[in-house]
Design a protein. Structure first.
Length: 192
C-alpha cells in the first residue's frame, strides 16, 4: 500500500508546513510554544500554523489562538506534519487526515492541565505506534526534522481505512476526558 501524503491545494504555497494544535483547554502550554519558536528560528522557510489557545502569544507569523472546525480540517489537509497536544479528538482528526501525529502531551507538573491523563493516553498511543510521542524538546526537534526530510514517515498508508486500535484508544481517551471533566465539575461545585 502506498503512503498517503497530503498534497497542497491548487494555489497553495508548496513550502513545507507544520500545523501545531494545543487545543482549547484553559491551561497555558507555553513550554510547547517556546520549543516551536526555538526550532523555527533555525528553519524560517518552514511555514508554521500554530493554534495556541490560552498560551502566551507566540512570535510566529502563523499563530492564531483558535481555529474553527473547517479551518482546522483545511490546515490538517494541507500540512506536511501535524503536532498535537495529547487530546484524543485532535489526534484522531490528524490520523483521519492521513498524518501520524507528533504528540507532546500536556504536563500537570508545569500547570498545563489538571492531571496526567494526556500523558497516560499519549503513552498508550506511542507504545501502539499510533503517534510519534515526544517528551522533550530534543525529541520534538528530531521528529520535526525527520518528518520534513521524509514526510512519508509521518503519513498513514490508508487514512480512510478502519484502524480498530486507533478507534479503541480514542474511545478510552474520551472516557478519560469525560471522567476528568466530571471530577473538575465536582470540585468546582464543592463536592469531593
Amino acid at each position: 500500500m502506498t503512503a498517503f501524503v497530503p498534497q497542497p491545494r491548487e494555489g497553495h504555497d508548496p513550502a513545507p508546513s507544520v500545523l501545531v494544535v494545543v487545543g482549547t483547554d484553559v491551561h497555558r502550554f507555553d513550554r510547547l510554544v517556546d520549543w516551536l519558536e526555538r526550532w523555527h528560528a533555525g528553519r524560517p522557510s518552514v511555514r508554521v500554523v500554530l493554534q495556541y489557545g490560552h498560551s502566551r502569544v507566540p512570535r510566529l507569523p502563523g499563530a492564531t489562538p483558535f481555529l474553527g472546525h473547517e479551518e482546522l480540517q483545511r490546515a490538517m489537509a494541507e500540512a506536511t506534519l501535524v503536532v498535537s497536544h495529547g487530546g484524543p479528538a485532535t489526534i484522531t482528526e490528524a490520523r483521519r487526515t492521513g498524518h501520524l501525529p507528533i504528540v507532546v502531551p500536556r504536563d500537570p507538573n508545569h500547570d498545563e492541565h489538571v492531571d496526567n491523563h494526556q500523558q497516560l493516553f499519549a503513552r498508550r498511543l506511542g507504545t501502539a505506534g499510533l503517534v510519534r510521542l515526544c517528551w522533550s524538546e530534543a525529541e520534538l526537534v528530531a521528529a520535526l526534522d525527520e518528518g520534513l526530510a521524509d514526510p512519508s514517515r509521518f503519513a498513514l498508508a490508508d487514512p480512510d481505512g478502519p484502524d480498530p486500535r486507533a478507534e479503541a484508544v480514542a474511545r478510552v481517551g474520551q472516557v478519560i476526558d469525560d471522567l476528568v471533566a466530571r471530577r473538575v465539575r465536582q470540585r468546582a461545585g464543592g463536592r469531593r
